[in-house]
Design a protein around this ligand. Structure first.
Ligand SMILES: *Cc1c(COP(=O)(O)O)cnc(C)c1O
Length: 367
């Protein structure tokens, strides 16, 4: 069986390090705040080339706190790409603002700049730049647009640990960035976890305060915040995994390169485009086919798991019916029936990828 995700396998390769790190936290019984969190914040900021890192409870909180920290007028319009996980929109609404969708690029699947431009109104104050599937958004153009239209750029980096634009790591290229360390992400904890990155000292301070009851020291609260601290057990796991993420990412890229090369000649498959300026870290390797569900089944019959990201584009969800948007408005609303995520990750060898390719070629009758 070729699994889509295999966290047990990953654990088996780092068991001793992880067990020791977790035991250390429990032995010391320091569960909130402390060495592990400090080390994670320092090392993850270095890894992503950012000034400040604030560890928080999960990726959705990271987005929400990042938006709150920007202190935009309540009810501001924030533009969200149609193809993403719901958190990208949820965080906008939860922080008191208005979701406005725009389309995604049909080749690299990140935010479509032309559609984004059209969605901007006088009330638009920010954009959620989702580095979807591990492919970075075109940050050059986004930052130019941000200056032109006086917008804040919030990077949703949940799928893009280590991704780069012209050799520069994402996360703090925009005004503020949010990461998820959900177990299945490229860098995952053993439960929920997340982080905020920024190069702006004031935004970093504000974010840290929001995530910790609006306080500057114990029992001295400047405003009402919330509890979104990350715990030391999760930080300990992440500190171990941070040492391996570079190797794991290279393995993802090698498998992706193999898929791209081997599947190029199958005309029924639309392969994901990697822009020349991008380091795509392949959280997901998403192809598009006309008969997606049929193919997914065929792969399953051949012991190959696959995924769908995402089966329903955000504007079509029940949760966003209230926006009254036209179903046909976005291209992304149409290709949700075609997307299929092939197995990729540190558990997938080139040999496994070879099997996936041969089953796909067999299915489409190509040589
Ligand atoms: C996973 C994910 C999130 C949310 O992260 P959680 O840690 O699960 O809250 C946000 N945005 C995107 C694009 C994601 O894939």
């Amino acid at each position: 069986m070729i699994k889509f995700l295999d966290l047990k396998f990953q654990y088996s390769t780092i068991k001793e390090e992880v067990d020791a790190a977790m035991k250390n936290v429990i032995d010391n019984s320091a569960f909130i705040g402390g060495e592990e969190i400090k080390n994670l914040e320092r090392d993850f900021a270095i890894f992503q080339n950012a000034e400040y890192c604030i560890a928080v409870a999960n990726g959705t909180d990271a987005l929400e706190i990042a938006i709150e920290a920007l202190d935009l007028p309540l009810g501001s319009e924030i533009i969200v790409p149609a193809n993403s996980f719901i958190s990208s929109g949820e965080a906008v609404t939860r922080s008191g603002h208005q979701v406005v969708f725009c389309d995604c690029d049909p080749e690299n699947y990140t935010i479509d700049l032309e559609s984004l431009r059209k969605a901007i109104t006088d009330k638009t104050k920010a954009v959620i730049a989702v580095h979807l599937y591990g492919h970075p958004c075109n940050m050059d153009e986004l930052m130019a647009l941000a200056i032109e239209k006086d917008l804040k750029i919030i990077e949703d980096c949940a799928q893009a640990h280590g991704a780069e634009v012209h050799g520069k790591r994402i996360g703090a290229i925009g005004h503020i960035g949010a990461f998820s360390f959900y177990p299945g992400k490229n860098l995952g904890a053993y439960g929920d976890a997340g982080a905020i990155l920024t190069n702006d000292a004031a935004l970093a301070k504000k974010s840290r305060m929001i995530a910790n009851h609006g306080r500057i020291e114990k029992y001295n609260h400047i405003f009402e915040g919330r509890n979104s601290r990350l715990d030391n057990l999760q930080a300990a796991v992440l500190n171990v995994k941070l040492k391996h993420i570079e190797n794991w990412t290279e393995q993802r890229i090698a498998v992706a390169d193999y898929y791209l090369k081997e599947l190029k000649e199958v005309p029924q498959i639309r392969l994901p485009k990697r822009e020349s300026w991008a380091r795509q870290v392949y959280h997901l390797f998403v192809i598009r086919v006309a008969d997606r569900d049929h193919l997914k089944n065929y792969l399953k019959e051949n012991d190959i798991e696959s995924g769908i990201h995402y089966p329903i584009a955000l504007p079509k969800l029940q949760a966003y019916k209230y926006l009254g948007q036209d179903e046909d408005e976005f291209y992304a609303n149409k290709y949700d029936s075609q997307v299929l995520s092939l197995p990729i990750g540190e558990h997938i060898t080139l040999n496994d990828a070879g099997r996936v390719v041969s089953v796909l070629k067999e299915y489409f009758g190509a040589k």
